[in-house]
Ligand binder design. Structure first.
Ligand code: ZN
Length: 130
């Protein structure tokens, strides 16, 4: 298992970790299989989406903010919106590995999604042959 260290710099932020995951794949020596990516946090998640136009990730954060405003919650910590947004993106993703490379689409990137930053975070990667 590999660990990617992520340092977010805003409360909500999408950080492209595609290169880090690719490096994990290279270091694993696995040429064909699955890269499994897991976020061990409750207020951050992971997703795959467009990496070409930065307005897309901006709009995704805007959409999540609009869907889950931080008002009217019970949780005493005051970050229930972050918990809800993390659940919406999910805490894991898997990408097919083919010929030693992630089989992502041309416009796809893997994003760590921070919803309660800035913080130091971890992403766990396991590359399985098969
Ligand atoms: Zn909380």
């Amino acid at each position: 298992m590999k660990t990617i260290e992520v340092r977010s710099s805003a409360r909500c932020e999408m950080i492209d970790i595609t290169r880090d995951v690719s490096r994990c794949v290279r270091e694993s020596g696995v040429t064909d299989g699955i890269a499994y990516v897991f976020v061990p946090h409750t207020t951050a998640g992971i997703t795959i989406n467009e990496n070409a136009d930065p307005d897309v990730t901006r709009d995704l954060l805007f959409a999540l903010e609009r869907a889950v405003p931080n008002t009217g919650f019970y949780h005493i910590e005051g970050n229930s919106d972050a918990h809800a947004k993390a659940t919406m993106t999910g805490f894991s993703g898997s990408v097919i590995v083919e010929g030693g490379r992630l089989a992502l689409g041309t416009w796809q990137g893997i994003y760590f999604c921070e919803f309660d930053g800035p913080r130091r975070r971890r992403v766990l990667v396991r590359v399985l042959a098969g």
